[in-house]
Design a protein around this ligand. Structure first.
Ligand code: SF4
Length: 323
């Protein structure tokens, strides 16, 4: 085994998996890029239990991204590190659970509010019932709501903050890593959002202003564009063809040129050869925001497109899919 493999087996929850796949002889394995380092360890682990293994070479963004081609070649597809978004026969999800505790004293010192909504990604939200108890013992009133299309109460995805719908909390506490989800939660809820990482034990208040300024600039540029490629992904949890058709209709009614482009991956090699002034990405919102400069600043979200064409208000800005 290579160094670090014990961490991966501590965090991947195989309980209940083997009952489901006992009839299988060949397994497909789909893991996010960040965990592909452990592919040999995972293959050995499964092979020792009598299974043949084929890996997916796809980037694997999230549970929205199931390798359907690989699924056709195997008895079951093990999809690692995400929870179910779309129910597909013979796809088994293997959760990735980070064990952690929260520093309640640190939270008490830094949170101005005591009535909070608790949110986080799947790797952290699996433990939220315990975290809620710990916080409530110390005087917090904790809202922990079920969202749609997710497994755990309080769980968010980059494109899904539905557990914050009609929240009555005074503020939001995001537990996890990175800024993308806290910014999404801030835009969706319009509440103060704190981002807390249990691994580094750091907490900060999220400021979405810089993000909004950048996106306002992108919308302003799009206002001067005449032609748009509307990108639709074939990935099972990202495919929004009806939305693309609606956007095309809005564009045509306003005298713009708009064509729909269907593709698996959305990257500059797809868009570069088309001669559109800009592209609208109806698939994963992270592609629009994280890869904006790779697209030469010529990619916007569906909501930004509607704002640029005058049918949506910037004050309602969000990147939740259901908007
Ligand atoms: S944010 Fe992107 S990668 Fe994550 S679930 Fe949504 S579409 Fe998939």
């Amino acid at each position: 085994m290579v160094s670090g493999s014990s961490i991966i087996f501590d965090r991947l929850d195989f309980s209940s998996i083997f009952d489901k796949i006992s009839s299988a002889s060949i397994l497909g394995v789909q893991i996010p890029d960040g965990l592909k380092f452990y592919a040999i360890d995972i293959a050995n682990f499964l092979r020792e239990r009598g299974f043949e293994v084929i890996f997916s070479g796809k980037a694997t963004y999230g549970a929205c991204d199931i390798d359907m081609e690989l699924l056709r070649e195997v008895d079951f597809l093990l999809h690692f590190a995400h929870t179910e978004m779309v129910n597909i026969d013979r796809v088994i999800y293997v959760p990735y659970r980070i064990e952690y505790d929260v520093d309640v004293e640190l939270l008490k010192e830094n949170l101005l509010e005591r009535k909070i909504a608790l949110i986080g990604t799947a790797s952290y939200s699996w433990k939220f019932e315990k975290i809620r108890s710990a916080l409530e013992k110390e005087g917090f009133e904790v809202e922990l709501r079920e969202g749609t299309g997710v497994e755990y109460p309080g769980q968010v995805l980059g494109c899904n903050y539905s557990c914050l719908k009609n929240t009555e909390s005074k503020a939001v506490l995001f537990v996890g890593d990175g800024e993308f989800h806290p910014i999404g939660a801030s835009l969706y809820s319009r509440k103060r959002v704190y981002a807390y990482s249990p691994l580094s034990n750091e907490i900060k208040e999220v400021n979405a202003e810089e993000f909004l300024k950048r996106r306002y600039l992108a919308v302003s540029k799009a206002m001067n564009c005449e032609s748009f490629g509307i990108l639709v992904s074939t990935k099972i949890g990202q495919k929004r063809l009806e939305l693309a058709k609606e956007l095309q209709r809005i564009a045509l009614e306003r005298g713009k040129t708009a064509e729909i482009i269907l593709t698996d991956e959305i990257n500059p090699s797809v868009t570069d050869n088309f001669r559109f002034d800009a592209h609208v990405n109806t698939a994963c919102p992270r592609v629009t925001f994280d890869d904006y400069s790779r697209f030469g600043g010529k990619i916007i979200s569906p909501m930004e497109f509607k704002i640029a064409l005058g049918v949506e208000d910037f004050d309602r800005y969000s990147f939740e899919f259901s908007q």
